[in-house]
Design a protein around this ligand. Structure first.
Ligand code: C2E
Ligand code: MG
Ligand code: MG
Length: 614
């Protein structure tokens, strides 16, 4: 683009009352490519500039009506034209005129007579200046706009950030709450409880006078409710229990749910032991009223262990453990009660743990042995079989009897493994006798089976495996189960016993008469033998009632076509009375104590000889 074309973008207004000047200037500037307009007086100039704003004005001073100064003032007062650069072109060019010209807003002054070249240079300079100004203004505006936009962006980013921080804080609060509370009941959870117990321990370390207490609360038989009525009702019950606890516990007390059906109450400051016991009693009282859940009335009791804390404890878990131990003692003593922790309880737990550990090894180390108590026909005192009774040959404590480890094995589930071993060993021994001692061929082997074994899903498989491995004839086996097995979930139990009977194994009810069941259930179960408990035999000659009970059992057995074995016969008189009652079989110290394998073999031998002598 050449200069002339570039100049065409500029409009120049020439104001002069002398036509000759107008023409000369107009021609000169037009030649340079500028768009030129002319005004021959001030009024026309003002109107023209306002309507079509020029880029530059060349203004004469000396004009009739409005002189150049006045025109300039008015142009500067008009918003449309105020920024247009004005160059005065005048013959009045002494210094005052020039000063005044600049005062009223002119940007330059050219004296008349003027040189065309000067006019062009000055016009060009002013236009360049104006263009530069315009560019600066535009840049400024753009800059301002950018600043505005950035400010807006920063503000909205700030706003979003604030919102995010708020949401994050809320989330953090929620997470912190969730981490320390139980989601079902909303109560504090184990973590929070432990923190608070730690706080109590810190206080007690500073001030040994400080006493506090923990109540460990466990719902009794909650598992049965949960399993039989479903988890939804179980959950509702837990929530209702939490509410009951809150209703009877002093305010500012931590009630926590540890999980499952376990709750704890932390009494952070107590005056004396009695205040914790009062709370325990209030909790027991609170559970006397049945719960009403989903149109169902549910009664549930709680067992409570109380442990007192003070500077003697250094660790929160120890205190909780002791409260838990006391709670277990409350369960053992009949549930629905509280027990206060004593050091003795701790030693007992430790001892039980030790025995449990040793018992686990005992099976693997082959420390278990079987003794065999002979069973005789009362009529002719003929040996008919043995009952296998387990013993523990303890490396340090010597021979341990089942009363000292079977309950623990039942509690810990070890009984399943132990029972498997007993069954296998008793069958193996019977088979050995039957093969080696001809007279032992018809002897039976009675094996005690605990409830946990019967409930194990693979019980029948275990029986089948033992039969297959030992090759013993199932007809010579008798399984002794306890009465309480026949009360629970009877349908399944009847089916299981039927399966046992299908294998031609006989079933005895051990310790008969000591269970709490009613006799009406008995006919449903495929049982062959009732073993009258030792306690009836023992008391028979002392209390006539016991004899009556035995007579009733005999009648019952006759009606149900079952055999009877009397246990614990210690005297000849007992033996005679029982024989006279038509009881077929008996075992007891009168005849023989439980025997080792060698002793049992001698007995089998001697019974053969006795038989031969008859
Ligand atoms: P139980 O099955 O009723 O066994 C009879 C218990 O009475 C045996 O005690 C036996 O020694 C004892 N006894 C027998 N005759 C007399 C007597 O005339 N007077 C007295 N005072 N006692 C007599 P033991 O061997 O101490 O066994 C106790 C219980 O341990 C057994 O009672 C049985 O319930 C359980 N048990 C023994 N071995 C096993 C086993 O292998 N598995 C299971 N699950 N339980 C077993
Ligand atoms: Mg038995
Ligand atoms: Mg018994």
């Amino acid at each position: 683009m050449n200069q002339t074309t570039a100049n065409s973008a500029f409009k120049i207004l020439i104001v002069d009352d002398v036509a000759e000047n107008l023409r000369l200037l107009s021609t000169t500037l037009s030649k340079e490519g500028y768009e030129v307009r002319c005004a021959k007086n001030g009024a026309i100039a003002l109107m023209g500039a306002h309507n079509d704003c020029p880029n530059l004005i060349l203004l004469d001073i000396n004009m009739p009506d409005l002189d150049g100064y006045e025109v300039c003032k008015r142009l500067k007062a008009d918003l449309t034209t105020q920024d247009v650069p004005i160059i005065f072109v005048s013959a009045q060019n002494d210094i005052q005129d020039k000063v005044k010209a600049f005062d009223v807003g002119g940007v330059d002054f050219i004296g008349k007579p003027f040189q065309v070249e000067e006019i062009l240079v000055r016009v060009k300079n002013q236009l360049a200046l104006q263009a530069a100004n315009a560019e600066i203004r535009a840049l400024n505006e753009a800059l301002e706009q950018r600043v505005k936009e950035r400010t807006f962006e920063i503000e909205s980013a700030n706003q979003t950030l604030k919102q995010e921080i708020f949401q994050r804080q809320q989330l953090e609060q929620r997470l912190r709450y969730d981490a320390f509370h139980d989601s079902l009941t909303g109560l504090p959870n184990r973590q929070l409880l432990m923190q608070r117990v730690e706080r109590c321990l810190d206080n007690a370390a500073e001030d040994p006078q400080t006493r506090f207490a923990i109540l460990f609360i466990d719902l009794d038989r909650f598992k049965i409710i949960n399993d039989s009525l479903g988890h939804a009702i179980g959950d509702k019950l837990l929530v209702a229990c939490a509410e009951r606890l809150e209703a009877c516990i002093p305010p500012q007390t931590t009630i926590a749910r540890l999980g499952g059906d376990e709750f704890t109450v932390l009494l952070e400051q107590i005056d004396g032991r009695q205040s914790a016991i009062t709370v325990a009693e209030a909790v027991l009282q609170q559970f006397l009223t049945p719960f009403e859940l989903s149109q169902r009335k549910l009664s549930i009791t709680v067992s409570i262990g109380v442990a007192f804390g003070g500077s003697e404890y250094t660790c929160a878990t120890d205190l909780l453990r002791d409260a838990d131990t006391a709670m277990y003692r409350a369960k053992e003593l009949g549930k629905g009660r509280y027990e206060v922790f004593t050091q003795q309880m701790y030693f007992e737990v430790m001892r039980r743990l030790e025995i449990e550990h040793e018992l686990r090894n005992a099976i693997a180390e082959g420390e278990l042995i079987l003794h065999y108590q002979p069973i005789f026909a009362l009529r002719d005192q003929k040996l008919v079989g043995f009952e296998a009774l387990v013993r523990w040959q303890h490396p340090a404590r010597g021979l341990v009897f089942p009363g000292d480890f079977i309950p623990l094995a039942e509690e810990t589930g070890l009984i399943v493994m132990l029972g498997k071993w007993v069954m296998h060993e008793a069958c193996r021994q019977l088979k050995v006798w039957q093969v080696e001692l001809p007279m032992a061929q018809t002897l039976t082997m009675s094996i005690n089976v605990a409830g946990e074994q019967l409930h194990a899903p693979d019980f029948l498989t275990v029986v089948d495996d033992v039969l297959a491995q030992t090759q013993v004839d199932a007809r010579y086996l008798k399984l002794e189960i306890v009465e309480s097995m026949l009360i629970e979930d009877s349908k399944q139990m009847i089916e299981l016993l039927r399966q046992i009977k299908l294998r031609q194994i006989a079933l005895s009810i051990d310790d008969f008469g000591t269970g709490y069941s009613s006799l009406s259930y008995l006919p449903q179960f495929p049982v062959d033998i009732l073993k009258i408990d030792r306690s009836f035999v023992l008391a028979m000659n002392i209390e006539p009632q016991n004899l009556e009970i035995i007579k009733t059992i005999v009648t019952l057995a006759q009606v149900l076509e079952m055999q009877i074995i009397a246990e614990g016969i210690e005297t000849k008189l007992q033996s005679k009375v029982l024989k006279d009652l038509n009881i077929e079989f008996g075992q007891g110290y009168l005849f023989s104590k439980p025997l080792t394998v060698q002793q049992a073999e001698l007995l089998i031998d001697s019974s053969v000889k006795a038989q031969a002598n008859c």
